[in-house]
Structures are given as structure tokens and as C-alpha cells.
Design a protein around this ligand. Structure first.
Ligand SMILES: Cc1cc2nc3c(=O)[nH]c(=O)nc-3n(C[C@H](O)[C@H](O)[C@H](O)COP(=O)(O)OP(=O)(O)OC[C@H]3O[C@@H](n4cnc5c(N)ncnc54)[C@H](O)[C@@H]3O)c2cc1C
Length: 444
């Protein structure tokens, strides 16, 4: 059998994430075929006083998956284990990629209730960082988890749900890869459905004023704002029954808007903006104007996700939904006063509250503001200034996106942070699953 490639691992043994914002040289590579091989790899990391990290799709911007110890991939743990059609709960192998789930669920007439912008991630990676999409009636992936199976750093295997090891279950629903190796995940799925998508430019001022009301009235609403313009590009998705005929994006629009403007020409514009920053405001006005309104209907998984071929760095914070207009205005003020000229649009989304311990929407309806910087430009100074705004408003950083927060601040914004630490300390006293980044984040 061909050994699966570990995402991000080069021929020279250097691993880098999608954005190349995290680079490491792991000492050992492990692509286990079963739980016994996972237990053996953890045992050997324990014996040698080394560390072990699992990598999924390598799509986190932070070094959360980086290690100089053993880098493990669960790409051999892919597919469905069991479907319960009476509850629509589906047991997946934890390494299953999101891009495969639509096809896997098709024979059962089921789908994921919601998705983010891309589908390259593994299921375990997505839940470990509280990955989310948009829609006030829906949680992120972790909120859909009803049970999971985890191999602890000691080699013990735990089957967890709300009744069995409930504390470990709550911690591991957003476990940051710090508690052990997830091998199976049960998700609450829904009957398959179509989405009617409407994408259109709107005045930013009106969008900001109405966003908090409109997210209540729509199934899935998000908007993009190209800095220095007065325009928001909105995307509104309405859920329709599965028997609705599809009317997909015409190929000309797919090539012109998605591939050319969204990726190819946009890459050229980003490169131009990086070389001649003074051109950025005009570039952004051009980009905002070029994207025309369009309406289409397709299978949910085809509408939720979009190609992202231009590499960027990203920071995203979750804030109280009601605070969105105030926080966005403060972010805008700081962004427009920065010397850096920002080509990438900001993205705004919202989700329901969930009951996980470390979910970014834990216990509160949340709006998300994401800022990006083209990968060819330095991002840390710019992100630092924007991050101060988010912190001022009690924001919670996305666990997979760039941020500088440590345990002190995080404990103040997550009521169950100490409970999470207690679980971590109990299951991994010697820190096998830690790395430098997690050491800072968890204060360990
Ligand atoms: C282009 C792009 C678009 C994105 N869009 C969105 C979006 O729309 N919404 C959003 O919320 N986020 C988004 N993200 C962020 C992304 O969803 C998260 O960072 C997610 O964790 C990536 O999944 P992954 O499989 O690549 O995980 P990795 O980055 O490989 O790993 C993330 C964490 O999960 C742990 N992990 C992985 N597998 C296991 C396992 N089996 N057991 C235990 N721990 C494990 C790792 O050790 C690490 O701690 C985007 C990122 C990129 C680059």
C-alpha cells in the first residue's frame, strides 16, 4: 500500500503549513494504520521524553500542529464507520477530509449542517481549532460533535460523550490537539439540502447597520469589505429542499469571477500592491467593482466552499454579536490609519452560541471579523495593531489563526479555561502533546 503523503512535509524533511507561517523539522514521521500504531508512537514519544503532534490538512496559520518530535498524520483514518439514520448521527474516522464528506454522505441522503470557506481540512483538525462557517442558526463543527474516541498520551483509549467521560468530552470537542490523538468523531448531520446563493455589492454603511438584524432573518449571511472602499460584498445563502433543481454558477462566471478575479488576477493585483503600496486603494476599488452580482443554486457543499489559491496570512477574532458594528468601526479606523496598505478584504460572519468549553462561540452568539494580509507581505505589525482592538472588546482568537494571546488573557475570556487545563494536566502530565505555541497559549 502506498504511504500517504503528510500534508506540508517536503522531500527534505521540512514541514510547513499552507501559509508557510509555521516551519519545523520533525525528527520522526508516523502514518499509523490503526490504533495500535498510534499507541506505539505515543509510547515511544513518552519513553524518549519527546513530543508528538498530529497534522491534518496543515491549514492552521498558527504553529499549533508544528513539532520537532514526531509528526503524525491520520490520513489513513478516513471514511464513515457507522450511520444512524434514526438520529442522523454519523461516526467518521477522524482523519477524514471535509472535501470527502459530501460524497461519503450522499448514499445516506445526509449532509453537514454548515461549513466554512474551504474543505481541505481534516475533521479532527477542524474541531480541534473550533472551525466555523456562518449562520446564526448553526454552530461551528465542534458544536455538531456528539461523541468521540481519543487515544490519550498514556496509550489509554477513551470513548467519550455527554454521559461517558463528560469532562474529557467537553474539553476534546475543541482540544487544540493538546489532549491526545482523536481517532473517531460522531457528528450530528442533517438531510441533504440545496442552497440558493445571492452575491451582491451593497453600501458598507447599510450593511453594518443592519448586519445584526439580518443574520437573524437569513440562513447564512457574510460579507467582505475591501479596505478603503465604501462597498461590502455580501453573500446570502438560503436553504432549500433537496428536490430543488440546481442552477449552478455558469462556467463563464466561475472562470471570470472565481478563478480570474477571485484568484488569478487577484494574485497579480496583490503582487502589484505589495510592490507599490500607494496603488492599493485604487486596486481595491477596482476589485470591489469587478465582482458582479450573481445568483445560483447548488448542493450545499458546493455553495459553502470556494477556491482559495492566493496565499495569505489571517487573524480572526470572535466578538459578542451585538458588538459587531462598534468593533468593526474601530478596526476600520485603525486599519485606515496604518501605514501598511491592505489589499485583502476583511470577512465578517456570525454563528450561534455553543456549549463547548473552548469554542470561540462558547456561551455567546458571536460575530467574527477576519483580517488578512497577502503572504508576500509582512503581517505581524499590522495584525498587532488590529489585535489590540479585538482584545479591548473581549474578543476570542480563532485557535488556528494568527494571534499572540497567552493563558492569562484567554482564561479571562473563557469561563471554562481552567477546567480545560485540569483535563489537559490529568491526561498529559509529561506534555507529550505540547509544543512551544501551545505552551504559551495554555501557560504550560
Ligand atoms: C485558506 C484557509 C481557509 C480557512 N477557512 C476557514 C473558515 O472558513 N472557517 C474557520 O473557522 N477556519 C478556517 N480556516 C482555518 C482552519 O479551518 C483551521 O485552522 C483548521 O484547524 C485546519 O484544519 P487542518 O485539518 O488543516 O488542521 P491542522 O492545521 O493540521 O491542525 C490543527 C490542530 O488540530 C490538531 N489535530 C489534527 N488532527 C488531530 C487528531 N487526529 N487528533 C488530535 N489533534 C489533531 C493538530 O495537532 C492541531 O493542533 C482556514 C484556513 C485556511 C488556510
Amino acid at each position: 500500500m502506498k504511504t500517504p503523503r503528510i500534508e506540508g512535509l517536503g522531500r527534505n524533511g521540512t514541514w510547513r503549513n499552507w501559509a508557510a507561517s509555521s516551519i519545523a523539522v520533525p525528527q520522526n514521521i508516523s502514518v499509523p494504520a490503526d490504533e495500535d500504531e498510534i499507541i506505539a508512537a505515543l509510547g515511544s514519544a513518552n519513553e524518549t521524553g519527546s513530543t508528538l503532534k498530529v497534522v491534518g490538512g496543515a491549514h492552521s496559520f498558527t504553529p499549533i500542529a508544528a513539532t520537532t518530535g514526531t509528526l503524525m498524520s491520520l490520513d489513513r483514518f478516513s471514511g464513515i464507520i457507522h450511520v444512524d439514520l434514526s438520529t442522523n448521527q454519523v461516526r467518521f474516522k477522524a482523519g477524514t477530509r471535509l472535501r470527502d464528506i459530501g460524497r461519503l454522505l450522499l448514499p445516506y441522503g445526509l449532509a453537514l449542517a454548515n461549513m466554512g470557506d474551504i474543505d481541505h481540512q481534516s475533521l479532527a483538525g477542524a474541531i480541534s481549532t473550533s472551525t466555523h462557517g456562518t449562520g446564526l442558526g448553526f454552530t461551528g463543527f465542534s458544536g455538531m460533535v456528539t461523541a468521540l474516541r481519543i487515544v490519550l498520551p498514556t496509550g489509554e483509549v477513551r470513548e467519550c460523550n455527554a454521559q461517558q467521560y463528560p469532562e474529557l468530552f467537553q474539553a476534546a470537542r475543541v482540544g487544540l490537539g493538546a489532549l491526545g490523538v482523536l481517532t473517531e468523531i460522531t457528528l450530528q448531520c442533517v438531510p441533504r439540502f440545496k442552497l440558493l446563493a445571492r452575491e451582491e455589492p451593497e453600501p458598507l454603511a447599510g450593511m453594518l447597520e443592519s448586519f445584526v438584524d439580518r443574520v437573524v432573518l437569513t440562513d447564512h449571511l457574510e460579507f467582505y469589505w475591501f479596505p478603503y472602499t465604501q462597498t461590502a460584498l455580501t453573500k446570502t445563502n438560503t436553504r432549500l429542499p433537496e428536490n430543488t433543481p440546481v442552477d449552478p454558477v455558469p462556467w463563464r462566471s466561475r472562470i471570470l469571477d472565481d478563478e480570474l478575479m477571485g484568484n488569478g488576477a487577484f494574485a497579480l493585483l496583490c503582487r502589484l500592491g505589495a510592490k507599490v503600496p500607494a496603488t492599493v486603494p485604487s486596486i481595491n476599488k477596482l476589485a470591489a467593482k469587478a465582482l458582479a452580482a450573481r445568483t445560483y443554486t447548488d448542493q450545499s457543499e458546493h455553495v459553502f466552499v470556494a477556491p482559495r489559491r492566493v496565499r495569505f496570512r489571517e487573524m480572526e477574532y470572535a466578538v459578542e454579536l451585538s458588538a459587531l458594528p462598534t468593533v468593526f468601526a474601530a478596526v476600520r479606523r485603525v486599519l485606515e490609519s496604518c501605514p501598511e496598505r491592505i489589499t485583502f478584504p476583511l470577512e465578517v460572519r456570525a454563528t450561534a452560541a455553543d456549549d463547548t468549553w473552548l469554542g470561540t462561540a462558547s456561551g455567546r452568539q458571536s460575530a467574527y471579523i477576519a483580517v488578512h494580509r497577502y503572504a508576500g507581505e509582512p503581517s505581524s505589525e499590522f495584525f498587532k495593531k488590529i489585535e489590540e482592538v479585538f482584545i479591548h472588546y473581549g474578543g476570542r482568537p480563532h485557535w488556528g489563526k494568527l494571534h499572540t494571546q497567552g493563558a492569562g488573557y484567554l482564561a479571562s475570556t473563557y469561563p471554562r479555561f481552567d477546567d480545560f487545563l485540569a483535563q489537559r494536566d490529568a491526561v498529559d502530565p509529561s506534555g507529550v502533546m505540547l509544543n512551544e505555541h501551545l505552551g504559551h497559549v495554555l501557560g504550560r
